[in-house]
Design a protein around this ligand. Structure first.
Ligand SMILES: Nc1ncnc2c1ncn2[C@@H]1O[C@H](COP(=O)(O)OP(=O)(O)OP(=O)(O)O)[C@@H](O)[C@H]1O
Length: 360
């Protein structure tokens, strides 16, 4: 297929809304990039700029070596000539057309000969497991089936790039998981360069070769899910990606520990105000340490027990500091418990920016 390069992309909506600010990313040929961010962060604007449905105010986008937008040079290839497939949030199937005609539509517009249309619709329907639905109307399909039809329509013209904007948001939780698996395996099979936009970190975790996390139009971090979980660039990323959410506590660096007032976190820390990030999976309630190198913190009181799937996660409290921690032992609300910390996984931030362990 094709690599996609985005350089210094900016989109300002009048009078003064910076939906995208200096976005730079290179998506490899065949890669699955997920753009993840909260509502209003610029995700849809980003994907619409790539599709050609929005014109950026600055920057360049290239498919392979070919610029499809170059604001400075006045290049702006129209959407129909970009050869992208797009799947929207609401799938937007034509209700008065049968599934066959919905899928065939982009080819009819291109005036592809009838026999060729038949062949390609049949092929793509087979690949998506919807051959037996071609004679139905959209209203006679389940949500998951409608989604497959929308994907088939996006793929039938053999796009260089597949763009998906919140494609699972109309599906219930169970269907969402199977739809994700389906999209992932299809993408692997077809090796089509794919950009998917979502605000759902579980979609992102399940699908992405790499993630691009965006907030207020600014890219916060690009990397694999594990890179971002282990090395979040800043407090926003640490809090936005990870389930259960990371504990962030304010403290004072004291060389060999961070002073939280009522609690000491025994990690090397430069002097001054710091934010400490501890994932609930890195702090746990148990009788003894589970791994060499884990350190015991002061005992804490259990305030509340919640569940992450079937794993109990306790909210624990010292005098003032509070964290979520995995409970390996059965714990009762109100009891005092022993707490251990995987100290190598503690993340420190200064002014909300990550300070790497090397710098300390
Ligand atoms: N046509 C427009 N005119 C003015 N402002 C716009 C327009 N489209 C989007 N915006 C603004 O640009 C910013 C980014 O919007 P965008 O739709 O890209 O965000 P998003 O991350 O996709 O949000 P959501 O998840 O809610 O769909 C928002 O502040 C939005 O209000």
């Amino acid at each position: 297929m094709v690599a996609v390069t985005v350089e210094k992309l900016e989109k300002v909506f009048p009078p003064n809304v910076y939906a995208l600010k200096d976005v730079n990313v290179s998506i490899k040929d065949g890669e699955f990039l997920v753009v993840l961010g909260p509502s209003g962060s610029g995700k849809t604007t980003f994907i619409r700029c790539i599709a050609g449905l929005e014109t950026p105010t600055r920057g360049r986008i290239l498919f392979g070596d070919v610029p499809i937008v170059d604001v400075e040079k006045g290049v702006n290839v129209p959407p129909a000539k970009r050869n992208v497939g797009m799947v929207f949030q609401n799938w937007a199937l034509y209700p008065h057309m049968k599934v066959f005609d919905n899928i065939a539509f982009p080819l009819k517009i291109k005036k592809v000969p009838k026999e060729e249309i038949k062949k390609r619709v049949k092929e793509v329907a087979e690949a998506l497991g919807i051959s037996e639905l071609l004679d139905r109307y959209p209203r006679q399909l389940s949500g998951g089936q409608q989604q497959r039809v929308a994907i088939a329509r996006a793929l039938v013209k053999e796009p260089q790039v597949l763009l998906m904007d919140e494609p699972f948001s109309n599906l219930d939780a169970r269907l969402r998981i199977s739809a994700r698996e389906f999209v992932k395996s299809l993408q692997r099979k077809l090796k089509v360069t794919t950009i998917l936009v979502t605000h759902d970190q579980h979609d992102a975790y399940a699908l992405a070769d790499r993630l691009m996390i965006i907030n207020n139009g600014v890219v916060q971090q690009i990397g694999t899910a594990d890179e971002i979980l282990n090395n979040p660039a800043n407090v926003f990323v640490a809090q936005f990606f990870g389930d259960p959410p990371i504990n962030i506590l304010e403290g004072e660096g004291r060389g060999d520990y961070v002073d939280l007032g009522d609690l000491k976190i025994p990690v090397k820390a430069p002097p001054g105000r710091l934010q400490v990030g501890i994932r609930p999976t890195d702090v746990y309630i148990a009788e003894r340490p589970m791994a060499p190198g884990d350190v015991e913190l002061q005992p804490a009181r259990v305030v509340l027990v919640e569940y992450l799937g079937f794993t109990p996660v306790a909210v624990i409290k010292w005098e003032k500091s509070e964290m979520r921690a995995i409970a390996y032992d059965k714990v009762k609300e109100g009891s005092i418990v022993k707490v251990f910390l995987r100290k190598d996984n503690v993340k420190l931030f200064k002014d909300s920016i990550r300070i790497s362990n090397i710098e300390i």
